[in-house]
Design a protein around this ligand. Structure first.
Ligand code: NAD
Length: 288
């Protein structure tokens, strides 16, 4: 059984990105820039935002952090995003979700210019993923999962994959990316009938549900590859995935742990998308 080490893989990707940024700095005198916007003091958001800013520093990327009060008006937030859309130092804009209730998340997401939508949350980028276009920003978590599977030489073409969860940021784009890799994809969700039987058919199981220990050993085929996207805080304060790791790891051929699996890959792919945006802006993507 292989533990799929997302932490190490994300560090490898960060190294590759850093080398590329070092070369770009030498060649152009410029580096990619990411703006991260946080509204209010949600503790989980703070951890994610700080970790993204720290990763920017680690790879030599320029970053700007905007911490806005929880009662900031929607108009003020739109104004900031529009300013960042025009800012030449900024190649990627990320607004940390969730936003307070008085702000329309969809409107904010759609205000980010498509060229700077490095989270890949805009309808346009989701549509491009669905069309199988390579030249778009793939949502970071699904993109990181595909990258992890590829780097661990998991055969995707012709594989039976079951994705549990149908959110716009994980389940749906992941299903599309897997189809683009020629997997046969079943998407399960809260209304799915006989979910366990469907999961049991899968060569690759990907759980993005948000329920601790949702996938148990009896649901998984012997030799399956299991990817756990879930991040659930247990009563003991520790982080748990959607997969009951101890039992499932005895049957799986390969499995991601939580923490140290999909999570670190998400941030690595955010860096990759921001670098891609910079190269596009500088018109360097065609030259490489
Ligand atoms: P979400 O709440 O938007 O979606 C959850 C999905 O699970 C829904 O589509 C729903 O239909 C399905 N679901 C809920 N109950 C179910 C049930 N009983 N049976 C079958 N399906 C059920 O969540 P999300 O944003 O997609 O995130 C899912 C999980 O992944 C969360 O734990 C989240 O914290 C985590 N997450 C991790 C990362 C990362 O970087 N590792 C990134 C995003 C989300």
């Amino acid at each position: 059984m292989t533990i799929i080490d997302g932490k190490q893989t994300s560090l490898d990707i960060r190294d590759e990105i850093k080398k590329e940024i070092d070369d770009l700095r030498e060649g152009t005198g410029r580096v990619p820039g990411l703006a991260v916007v946080q509204v209010g003091e949600n503790p989980a958001s703070r951890v994610y935002v700080n970790s993204k800013v720290r990763t920017c520093e680690a790879v030599g990327m320029h970053s700007e952090k905007y911490l806005l009060a929880k009662d900031v008006s929607q108009d003020e937030l739109v104004e900031l995003i529009e300013k960042l859309n025009r800012d030449e130092k900024i190649n990627g804009i990320l607004v940390q979700l969730p936003l307070p209730k008085h702000i329309d998340e969809e409107l904010i997401t759609e205000t980010i210019s498509s060229e700077k939508d490095v989270d890949g949350f805009k309808a346009e980028n989701l549509g491009r993923i669905l069309m199988g276009e390579e030249d778009c920003f793939k949502s970071c978590t699904p993109y990181g999962i595909i990258e992890l599977l590829k780097r661990y030489n998991v055969e995707l073409s012709g594989a039976d994959a079951v994705v549990i969860g149908r959110s716009n940021i994980v389940g749906k784009p992941l299903a599309a990316l897997l189809i683009n890799e020629s997997a046969t994809v079943t998407v399960c969700h809260s209304r799915t009938k006989e979910l366990a039987e469907k999961v049991k058919q899968a060569d690759i199981v990907i759980a993005a549900v948000g329920i601790k220990g949702f996938v148990t050993a009896d649901m998984v085929k012997e030799g399956a590859v299991v990817i756990d996207v879930g991040i659930n805080r247990g009563e003991d304060g520790k982080l748990y995935g959607d997969v009951e790791f101890d039992g499932v790891s005895k049957k799986a051929k390969a499995i991601t742990p939580v923490p140290g699996g999909v999570g670190p890959m998400t941030i690595a792919m955010l860096m990759k998308n921001t670098l891609k945006s910079f190269k596009k802006y500088q018109n360097l993507d065609k030259k490489n």
